[in-house]
Design a protein around this ligand. Structure first.
Ligand code: PMP
Length: 418
């Protein structure tokens, strides 16, 4: 099969028309194909479907009237600044506030170490842009965040997955993978990890493993990219200590207000050693000139005037109730042979269906029964994940979650009988 027919089929598979521009795209556009999550959105957003697919934060729980007043006040009082271009590194006051947020995870950093980005997604894009040449290896947990895999593919990185268990990334597997890659002469640029309440697996990297992962990466000269949008959404106890807290030179930390406030502001950040920070600012400016001053000041104003720690606490309680609804109904309803993770925070459960079943094949039948999930294959760059699926509990109400699990359990039971 030629490259061209392959592209044409990819386009067709995602429902678009025949692509007449195929022979003109840059090579890097080869990796730009719609993710399975994205192809699903249209179907899963129909009201009769219980969507356990998307990972949307429940922003309805915010005091929206307060946010509205704050935004109106911002325009009235500081309009000429808020509606103007801003600096490439981001609003200095917001960067100070970001340092205060990161202190909750043991990170000591100053505003000059931080670069504000358009969500942490842009930070991921910029990091990949400044480190990856085509063919360079990025290590990522298997499974990993679909948006990061899309970015890595867009820059023609070669993603090698490192397995996890219920305590997160397995250090001995990381070490073995690095040894094998070194033997093959492959250049590993960074390890991409989501240590807390991982997307999609829902697991958390155990405290003793954090030290091991850092040591292994230090020894191998591999940078760690720590992506931590869910770290403050743990259901028990204090937030885990960030990897970055113990290795300021070896870790680039990515944070976001998308889950602790609202994704619509599109405010995230990267905390990086100064040499990397300088490159990030330049790459940021060439991508978007400056990010939205308006959004940054609105988030800054929210943090300065609102009880944001209390708000995060109430998000935690809300998501904990939904996690409980999902786990108890999985326990009660799923047929034998199904296994799933038990997240202590965040948005996601990762479920494995019995041998012989294929989650992608189940999906159309599940949608016909008015429930949606994300098949596991989208969370891998290789062929893994056929028996897995991501179930998210962040958005639907507990009753809807229970109903969704009931429908899904019925579909899986039927599949097992086939
Ligand atoms: N990383 C992970 C692990 C995520 O789950 C998400 C959002 N789903 C992002 C990064 C991007 O978030 P944002 O750009 O909204 O900060």
């Amino acid at each position: 099969m030629t490259e061209e027919t392959d592209h044409g089929r990819t386009a067709a598979a995602h429902g678009s028309r025949i692509d007449n521009y195929v022979d003109r795209y840059a090579a890097r556009a080869t990796g730009m194909v719609a993710s399975e999550v994205r192809a699903l959105f249209a179907v899963a957003s129909r009201p009769e479907v219980v969507s356990l697919a998307g990972g949307m934060p429940y922003v309805t729980a915010l005091p929206l009237d307060v946010v509205g007043e704050l935004v109106a006040d911002l325009v009235a009082r500081r309009g000429p600044v808020a509606l103007q271009y801003g600096s490439g590194q981001g609003d200095p006051h917001l960067r100070e506030q970001i340092c205060e947020v990161m202190r909750l995870e043991g990170i000591e950093a100053g505003p000059d170490d931080v670069v504000v980005t358009v969500g942490s997604q842009q930070a991921l894009d910029l990091i990949t842009r400044i480190f990856i040449d085509p063919g360079d290896v990025v290590l990522a947990e298997g499974p990993s965040y679909v948006g990061a895999l899309g970015t890595f593919a867009a820059y023609q990185a070669s993603v090698v997955h490192v397995p996890m268990d219920e305590d997160g990334l397995i250090p001995s597997a990381l070490e073995e993978t690095l040894t094998t890659l070194a033997r093959m002469g492959r250049r590993v640029k960074f390890l991409y990890t989501i240590p807390n309440f991982q997307n999609p697996a829902g697991v958390t990297l155990a405290a003793e493993r954090r030290r091991q992962v850092l040591e292994i990466c230090q020894r191998a000269g591999v940078l760690v990219v720590e992506d931590n949008p869910y770290g403050l959404l743990g259901f028990d106890g204090e937030p885990m200590r960030a990897l970055r807290a113990d290795d300021p030179d070896g870790v680039v930390y990515l944070g976001s207000f998308s889950k602790t406030l609202a994704p619509g502001f599109r405010v995230g950040w990267a905390l990086a050693p100064h040499a990397i920070r300088d490159k990030l600012v330049l790459a940021m400016e060439s991508a978007v000139l400056s990010h939205s001053t308006f959004s940054q000041l609105a988030v800054g104003q929210y943090l300065a005037t609102q009880p944001w720690r209390e708000q995060i606490k109430s998000f935690r309680e809300l998501y904990r109730e939904r996690r409980d609804a999902m786990l108890s109904s999985l326990e009660a309803l799923m047929p034998p042979g199904c296994a799933w993770t038990r997240p202590a925070g965040g948005f996601f459960v990762w479920m494995t269906v019995p041998e012989g079943l294929d989650s992608k094949a189940i999906l159309p039948r599940a949608v016909a029964e008015r429930v949606a999930f994300v098949p596991g294959t989208g969370f891998f760059s290789d062929s893994q994940g056929a028996r897995q699926m991501r179930l998210s509990y962040c958005y639907p109400q507990p009753d809807r979650i229970r109903e969704g699990v009931r429908r899904l359990a019925g579909v899986i039971e039927q599949e097992m009988e086939l």
